[in-house]
Design a protein around this ligand. Structure first.
Ligand SMILES: [Cu+2]
Length: 173
């Protein structure tokens, strides 16, 4: 199946990366820091958005911090929505899950991955400007706490799961 392949590849690379890191010398680390100075520091893969006609939807991706320092994503913006938020899924006292905005953003430690996925952390598009149809591409900009920013593109897909949580979430706003 096509969809599962990139995910498996990323997971395998991440395992390999953490294994190599354990034996990494200081020289190699400083080389890498110089090398990535002016380059993309978050590696984004498997980026997609749940198709929706209007209102809210969510975007998901695998983010990997390729730099040597912790990076905090303070906000995400997109042309597709007038209001875009970073959300986490938490378990309430009654064991139901609900989503809420992450006020402090997402922090990625060096060489760590952040999975944005249905039922977990995600990017919430609060107010779509136009319908997002399967196959459309949406550009997002990640804004970091040091003032830098990075774009990535996500493809729109049909997704049947997680409808209930998105709807209950919407009533809170
Ligand atoms: Cu949400």
């Amino acid at each position: 199946m096509n969809v599962s392949r990139p995910f498996r590849l990323v997971a395998t690379l991440a395992l390999a990366a953490s294994f190599v890191l354990a034996g990494c010398s200081d020289d190699q680390k400083s080389d890498k820091a110089d090398h990535t100075h002016d380059q993309v520091e978050i590696h984004v893969s498997d980026a997609w958005v749940k198709a929706a006609d209007s209102g809210m939807t969510a975007a998901f991706a695998t983010l990997e911090n390729d730099s040597e320092k912790a990076l905090t994503i303070t906000k995400v913006t997109s042309d597709a929505s007038s209001d875009t938020q970073l959300h986490e899924t938490v378990t309430a006292a009654d064991h139901s899950s609900m989503m809420q905005e992450v006020k402090d953003g997402f922090t990625l430690e060096p060489d760590r991955m952040l999975m944005l996925e249905p039922g977990g952390n995600h990017i919430m598009l609060m107010d779509l400007k136009k319908p997002l149809l399967p196959g459309d591409e949406v550009t997002f900009t990640l804004h970091f706490d040091d003032g830098s920013a990075q774009d990535f593109t996500a493809v729109v897909k049909e997704f049947e799961g997680a409808n209930e949580s998105y709807e209950s979430h919407g009533k809170k706003h």
